[in-house]
Design a protein. Sequence first.
Length: 536
Amino acid sequence: MAALAADAFTSPPSTSELERFAELQKRLPGLWADTHGRADTFHTSVVVPSLSFDEDELKKIEGAACYEERLLFSLIRLRHPSARVLYVTSQPIHPEIIDYYLHLLVGVPAGHARRRLGLLCLYDGSPEPLSKRILARPRVIERMRHWIGDTSRAYLTCFNSTRLEQRLALALGIPLNAADPALLRWGTKSGSREAFAKAGVPFPPGTENVHSEADVLDALEKLTTRNPPPKKAVVKLDAGFSGEGNAVYTFPHPLPTSSRRRDALASRLKVMGWSAPDETYQRFMTKLASMGGIVEAFVEGDEVRSPSVQMRITPSGEVKIVSTHDQILGGPTGQVYLGCRFPADPQYRAIITEEALKVGAELAKLGVVSRFAMDFVVTRTGAGAWKPHAIEINLRMGGTTHPFLALQFLTGGELDTKTGEFMTPRGEVRCYRSTDALKSPAYRGLLPEDLMDILVSDGLQFRPHTETGTLFHLIGALSQYGKVGVTCIGRTPAEADEFWAGTVASLDRATGATVGTGGREMGLLDIHEGVGTPME
């Protein structure tokens, strides 16, 4: 197999490639029906957890390379004796981490699961997307095809879907279980606003498809004509993520007369509040010119919260609600996604679900087949009703995907669509609190073996008999970055919080940190600390 030319990774697909991809995707409905209807159906899930985002934006996420571990919860698929998983990574995964996930498979001998698990590592820590590096290695693709064997019973699972993942699916000869890259515009900030307009759901006033300082000023000037004008606006990069591509603009007060207004607005551009600590005006505007963005009013109210709705459009076109979450936001501008609680507050859970279904129906008409999330801001004045404001569509997996999948796989339960609560097969409610960023300087230097020692000695395991407890992920980020992912599952929100507090206290005690402060650095102790327009 010949290596692809450098421009083959980013050039538009040819007509023949699109035709071949369309043929591959026709397999998905049958595979979906078989693998989700019967536990004994032979199939292979090829997991390539590539973060195929803009490389400059990806650098804003500390320890981004370790985020390839977020999809390790997909190993829980091995609980089905006929399932196989091939997991590809840039760098080796510590054996203790693999053991940790395999031990979650209650009733399945670890040896049996290991025989059905393939681990393939590129030994390449460069910042390029993993999918791009695989495509540049013909022998790796040959190894993957050899391990897959029967390609008619296999599919490709990725964190997000781009031309890279499309070409990888073609190289492997298996369908891509994600949104068609041709439809990814609907997952950008500008595309989201257009989708909201199509669906008739409420969203903040603003302007999409801005590319220059002049465009930003035009959009800001337009917002000042509203009655009343907003106090703040948010400028967002179309392909930013985790809120790191957002900037908060504060309008001058009082607003100058029309003849002097534009100059006054321009004077405040370079002092916008950056979500990424090391962002600069010049770098932000250069990126805006290349990828585009939006300007919209900052949503404010007496009470402001930031929930999200996770959905799935199946290969048959069915729109399904997967879950709802209250997002935990923080960072310099309150825009950065730090974690979540499941489920969202019942006061507005049904409201955001109803609006999200409208958008899901529009995306299904456009041919989207994917997991995706829709972010909201909800507000209320006094004791009035909560009002939803649609913020953006994440047409990919996100920070709320893996904790819910873990809960679903571990318990075998499902969402009660009438109540929005998760029910186990025994008819019991489960909820959780989760983060990718439990962080403390004191945690640096902890090896996976050290975490396992703490886990066992302090009883921080997930307990299969009660279907409650603590799950860890992003374990590989601990030693270098002092950061780890945690999901605490309980029967009630209060019990999930108890597991959370106990987990933080155990890690702090074991590392000599001030007890109970491990999560404080990332603002994780107060769910409603960050408000505004979220990104997950």
